[in-house]
Structures are given as C-alpha cells and as structure tokens.
Write a protein that binds this ligand. Structure first.
Ligand code: PLP
Length: 294
C-alpha cells in the first residue's frame, strides 16, 4: 500500500536563531482532515510550494529548493520562511522515506482568513514511476501562455516566477496536451518565445550547447536544470540561458523536460515534428540526477 507522511509546521520568523525546532513540528495522520475551512490556500490558491525529489532517503538539492521557496515568498509578500526550520522539516520528513524514489512537498500558505499567521506543512510520499517517460520519451505540443515576453516585468502582481499553489492553469494545459494526443505541453509567449512546461523546465541542445529560457521571463528557475547544467559544464559542454524563439525548436538536436521528480524526460516530438532522441546522453543525465546531489 502507498505510504504517506505529513507534518504541520508552526512557522517561526526568519530571524529566529533557535537551533532546536523540533517543538514547532507536529506529525499528523496524513489521511485525516488537517486544514480549517477558512484556509486561504484552499479558498484562493494563495500560497507557495516546493516538490523535492528524494532518492533512497536522500533529499536532492535542498538548498536550491529552499532558496526558491524564499524567492516565491518575496514575490507573493508572504512572511520570509525561516530556512533552518524548513531544512530541519525536510530532513525529518526524509527520515520517513524508504528505499527508491519519493517526493517531499513543502507548502506555505497565506493562512486562515483573518487569522494571525501563515499555515505551513510538509508531506512525503512515494513518487510515481517515471521510467517510461525517462526511457521512451515524451511527445509535447506548444501552447500559447497568453502573454508577451515583457509582461512579467510590467505586471509583477501576476506573480509569474513564483511557485504558487495556483496550478489550475498548468493542469488545464496538461489536459489540453493530452486531448491533442501528446504527453505534455511547452508554453509559448503570445509573441513567439519559449517559456517552460506546466511542471518542468525545457532544455534544448544545439550541437554541444545546452540552452534553457532565461528565468527572468516570468518562469521558474528549475533546480533540476541548475544541477544538470553544473554537471554538463563539468563534462566539458557549454550550457546557458537564452531567449529561445518557438520557431527554432524544430532545429534542436535534442530536447528534454526536466524536473525534480520525473527528472530528465527526452522530448521525441514537438507539435508532431520528430526530435532526435539521444538515448545514451539521457541515460547518463538520469544516472546523474538519481545520484545523491546537494
Ligand atoms: N517550471 C514549473 C512551472 C514547474 O512546476 C517545475 C517543477 O515543478 C519546474 C519548472 C521545474 O522545477 P524543478 O526542476 O525545481 O522541479
């Protein structure tokens, strides 16, 4: 039977320097109700989250996830998370993960309507099996995200670039992709530039150069992409950020969607145009992504 673990956190302020935070954690029954009806994460999706991959009990790239949690909190005007407290919560949850692949989720919500404080919790669960996506690859379609490349800078209230709990649009894009016979989507700005997938970062390879769209275009800075670029650079490849025109996707020598739990899924077709599948390099990437990473 699938296992699950859940921990409520009593968030302390970011300048609290206590070293023992154990008394701010309450392990709860993951199957029992835990939130009140006034909770703004459920009423409005008003909160932020992170999903951390765990391999054989080792949580991957915890610092990068904590930094992104803090970044999302800044964009959303949420109280700054105390990273030492969240780090301790991740390590505590990881102790409940067994062998194989798991996922730890961190959730920081605006809290209860008219209430005094944010609500915070952490869950851990077995990860889905992504072996087929990693080895056989995925077909993607491009979908219009409905705004131009300059909108994130002009309209910060759209919270683009924060990992908010408002993923209904992302899930709708996945359903649209599936209704078109694909496995996943790649968002495109309405002026024709590549953004990201609903739950992953896009990486394209041209010759020996690996590129991903710059995160200042209102997309998430992927922790998996960051880690993979370090690895690729250490192997002697060139890797960097760029403005990528959707029209250039068809020329890619290879492409992947990468994320913390699915890891590197090679793209085998974009809008029904075949993309070369580099089986050996993809296997090498996933071997690296499955190794313990800090
Ligand atoms: N972009 C979006 C919209 C995502 O939801 C995610 C992950 O969930 C990513 C990119 C990839 O981020 P990471 O590699 O940190 O999982």
């Amino acid at each position: 039977m699938a296992w699950r673990f859940a921990l409520m956190i009593d968030p302390v302020s970011d300048d609290d320097t206590r070293t023992d935070v154990a008394d701010t954690f309450t392990a709860i029954d993951p199957a029992a109700p835990a939130l009140t009806v006034g909770e703004l994460s459920t009423q409005r999706g008003d909160g932020i989250f992170e999903s951390i991959g765990v391999v054989d009990g080792h949580p991957q790239e915890v610092e990068a996830h904590l930094q992104r949690l803090a970044h999302s909190a800044r964009i959303c005007d949420l109280p700054a998370p105390n990273l030492a407290q969240w780090r301790a919560a991740v390590l505590f949850a990881a102790e409940h993960c067994g062998a194989g692949e798991s996922v730890i989720k961190l959730i920081l919500s605006r809290g209860v309507e008219h209430g005094p404080a944010p609500t915070a919790w952490v869950t851990a669960a077995e990860a889905s099996d992504f072996t087929r996506a990693r080895t056989d690859g995925i077909r993607v379609v491009t979908l219009d995200r409905g705004y131009t490349l300059d909108v994130p800078a002009r309209a910060p209230w759209l919270l683009l670039g924060a990992k908010t709990l408002s993923y209904a649009v992302n899930m709708a894009a996945l359903r649209e992709a599936r209704s078109r016979g694909a496995d996943d989507a790649v968002f495109i700005t309405s002026d024709g530039f590549v953004l990201e997938a609903p739950t992953a970062t896009l990486i394209v390879r041209h010759g020996d150069t690996f590129l991903t769209p710059a995160p200042n275009a209102g997309i998430l800075h992927g922790t998996t992409q960051l880690s993979l670029f370090e690895y690729l650079q250490a192997q002697g490849h060139t890797a960097g950020y760029s403005v990528i025109a959707a029209a250039d996707l068809a020329d890619a020598d290879a492409a992947w969607l990468v994320s913390s739990v699915r890891l590197a899924a090679p793209i085998v077709a974009i809008d029904d145009v075949a993309v070369p599948h580099d089986v050996v390099l993809t296997a090498e990437m996933n071997r690296y992504l499955l190794s313990p990473r800090d």
